[in-house]
Write a protein that binds this ligand. Structure first.
Ligand SMILES: Nc1nc(=O)c2c([nH]1)NC[C@@H]1CN(c3ccc(C(=O)N[C@@H](CCC(=O)O)C(=O)O)cc3)CN21
Ligand SMILES: O=c1ccn([C@H]2C[C@H](O)[C@@H](COP(=O)(O)O)O2)c(=O)[nH]1
Length: 285
């Protein structure tokens, strides 16, 4: 059974049983009808996924893996902040009339800076460090840039990825170096986006590993505020009763050796058996 299902269920149960309620607090998000969107929340959730064992997709309901990858390519490869460059509609509510979500996400990744005399951007910096200096402990992207927050549509939730290379363990038959990462997330909507975010960053780790001829290893997901919105509680309770299936097999077209050449066509998904999709999840804006 999928390990991601177990972790998802454990995290949600923990939030419902031991979390605190924000009801009555001054909360920013609201529902479409203007009602404040309160949550039950848990501070400081840490989930570890080992990509050498299986892909971390929940099977309780289907995660749209190609759309999830498309959004990650939008941020880290196209480095775009315009929803017209995105194939899904998940960001529509946060865009202005030109389609821009402002100075956040891809806009921050795209920004140039000078590193050791050369102009680069955050993603190119990561790719170059992994090639030239793989054992460095300074390989990261960080989208939480205070000087740009005021004109962004939404402060980034998944805001930093720290890449870290380890040697293969004695029992590993694949003797290539292992690429791990810590994903830091300040805020997590468990129903709408937990499964989605985990799969996105697993795919990003797989892409970055492949272009460096490394094995994707552990993804450590650190969530500061893991929450379930009030209107999502019945849907989460129903998900908790669902059957779990084995994790799907997810791989990348092995021909792609350049991070900037990946497309969603290069994602190969096999044996993804899931429970029924939950239609029309209300998203707090
Ligand atoms: N309250 C809230 N929750 C979020 O998850 C969220 C925000 N706000 N603000 C911006 C983005 C948009 N996000 C979203 C919104 C919807 C889906 C969603 O409905 N995903 C569908 C598939 C969508 C598709 O195939 O195009 C799913 O089934 O996972 C995912 C991420 C994550 N973010
Ligand atoms: O990738 C994402 C993007 C957004 N979310 C969720 C987390 C929160 O529920 C909202 C953002 O509201 P804030 O008040 O800015 O925290 O969006 C997510 O889980 N994953």
């Amino acid at each position: 059974m999928s390990y991601a299902d177990r972790l998802f269920k454990e995290t949600c149960r923990d939030i419902l049983e031991n979390g605190t309620d924000t009801k009555g607090e001054l909360v920013r998000p609201h529902w479409e009808d203007g009602t404040p969107a309160y949550t039950v929340k848990k501070f400081g959730v840490v989930n570890r996924y080992d990509l050498r064992k299986e892909f971390p997709a929940i099977t309780l309901r289907r995660i749209a893996l190609k759309s999830a990858m498309d959004e990650i390519l939008w941020i880290y490869q196209k480095k775009s902040n315009n929803i017209h460059d995105l194939n899904s509609h998940v960001w529509d509510s946060w865009a202005d009339e030109t389609g821009s979500i402002g100075t956040c996400y891809g806009d921050v990744i795209r920004r140039k800076f000078i590193y050791k005399g050369e102009e680069t951007d955050q993603m190119d910096y990561v790719l170059r460090q992994l090639k030239e200096n793989p054992y460095s402990r300074r390989i990261m992207t960080n989208m939480y840039q205070f000087e740009y927050l005021h004109s962004g549509g939404l402060d980034p939730c998944c805001y930093s990825m720290t890449y870290n290379v380890t040697a293969p363990r004695p029992e590993d038959t694949d003797r290539r170096l292992v690429l791990n990462a810590v994903l830091n997330q300040r805020s997590q909507d468990m129903l709408a986006a937990n499964g989605w975010n985990v799969c996105q960053y697993a795919i990003l780790l797989m892409m970055v590993a492949q272009v460096n001829d490394m094995v994707p290893g552990e993804l450590v997901h650190i969530i500061a505020d893991a929450h379930i919105y009030d209107r999502h509680v019945p849907m989460i309770q129903e998900l908790l009763t669902r059957e779990e299936y084995p994790a799907p097999k997810v791989s990348l077209n092995p021909e792609v050796k350049d991070f900037y050449q990946f497309t969603t066509q290069d994602l190969i998904v096999e044996d993804y058996v899931t429970g029924e999709q939950i239609k029309n999840i209300p998203v707090a804006v």
